[in-house]
Design a binder for this molecule. Sequence first.
Ligand code: ZN
Length: 103
Amino acid sequence: MPFCNGCGASCSDKLCSNCLDTIEHVCVWLNTLELEPGASQVQIKQAFRDLAKVWHPDRFNGDDRVKGRAHEKFSQINGAYRLLRKHSQIVIFLENYVRNHQT
Ligand SMILES: [Zn+2]
């Protein structure tokens, strides 16, 4: 029985159904960080750092309305990054998959 490349569970395909679901989420989280599917861990870290600087709510002190929007964006960026790190096996799988299927 082969194993899932994402979580190591035994399954009949390269990825179990759980991990296939997670891939869709990973694409959304990558999009939040303004990245394409297939981005490397290094690219993810850089994008997170850049965007966290751009959207840090402290930059918008004195303008509560804009600060509120920045806070929302900052939370999204943080959340996406945290989840991408948590599911790094899937991120790596996707990176390899995209690299191997590039024309
Ligand atoms: Zn799996």
